[in-house]
Design a protein around this ligand. Sequence first.
Ligand code: TYD
Ligand code: MG
Length: 449
Amino acid sequence: MAKQKQVFFCQECGFESGKWMGQCPGCKAWNTFVEETVVTGVRKRTESAASAPASILRITTDEETRIGTGMKELDRVLGNGIVKGSLILLGGDPGIGKSTILLQVCRNLTEDGHKVLYVSGEESLQQIKMRAERLGTFRQDLYLQCETDLNVVEEAMIKLEPEVAVIDSVQTMMLEEVTSAAGSVSQVREVTNRLMQIAKRKNIAIFLIGHVTKEGTVAGPRTLEHMVDTVLYFEGEKSSQYRILRGVKNRFGATNEIGVFEMQSHGLLEVKNPSQVMLEGRPVDASGSAVVCSMEGTRPLMIEIQALVAQTNFQMPRRTTVGIDFNRVNLLMAVLEKRAGIHLGSCDAYVNLTGGIRLSEPAVDLGIVLALVSSYRNRPIDAHTVSFGEVGLAGEIRGVSMAEQRVKEAAKLGFTTCILPASNAAGITSDNGIRLLGVSNVKEVIDYI
Ligand code: TYD
Ligand code: MG
């Protein structure tokens, strides 16, 4: 017998509770519980393939199961193309370019002779066509559908049998059987579940677009990260033209790979050499600017760190960061104070990463230290110097992984000096035409400036 039950869901993280609560015990967000009706007791109609245990040696995999998207940067994040029958979640703030990139992918796929279905619950056919016209000519047939009822979409998919489908967006899709509103946690969960079944049964690769909202008015796709095969996030400041696509989870490839795109008037353009682009327009002979080399997945990336340190006019010195962890900067300032005798306690500090990118690798520590001290002493760092290395609490500089690749990339981009952990410098034997400066504690770094 079908039974209806009233349940409260946190719209932020999907926490389920029998009663309303002010604060979610799961994600600590306030005022996010909404009442939803769930139906229990009915066996869901599933037609999963017979699943008898099979020996691993008998299972064959097809090498050619990946489809190239025609965009190298996207292929890199996906791990060399789209895996057939996989469910890929693309998240990001509204207006960042999710619909645009997937429409471009659809065009590339149809050019290569793949059958593609684009389902939009947000825009009309005319609106999609208008956007498509901005992106360039579509020479091959692309199937478009405006629909919010997932049952109808499922029928279309079964009839059309596309190789790749795009659902724009998961928050607008509804299943009649679920009584709560579109975009609520139970709808989003059920819709994703159903799409997963379709993807696996029909061997269709499905891209799922999801909006992330900080207010939590719409269920964030964070609740379904664990359900899908691959999770990609689009990052970047909307005001800057660069967009970074980051792989957060990938069942078929490495995570933490990034792809860099530039938003132009006719769509997103791949940035083939991000380091060069990010370093463009660097101030010359200005203090407080340091270039750091960070590994994003398998790619070394050169980024400029800017710091501004000035005497404070407040009781409590002000500190702000853009693109790097605030607490990390505070920690490094404390290390400088204690281990190198640089008195930053009465200084305001502002630290920025340029280009709208966010870095979390510890190897950028050394760059932050250099930028801070350079600004404090008002001495510019040589423009052809790059650095990387982790700073420990005792002021020691610790080695990081993949030092050789970083040095190689720096040399390729024309840097002449590289400040790096002494332990890493000892391990690099090849001559890349770049001067290596091994350092083992922050004092040595400061002597350099
Ligand atoms: P869109 O893909 O609609 O964002 P999302 O689907 O993630 O909400 O992107 C919309 C933004 O991109 C909008 O601000 C306009 C801009 N844009 C361009 O700059 N050039 C273009 O060619 C297109 C199609 C959009
Ligand atoms: Mg959109």
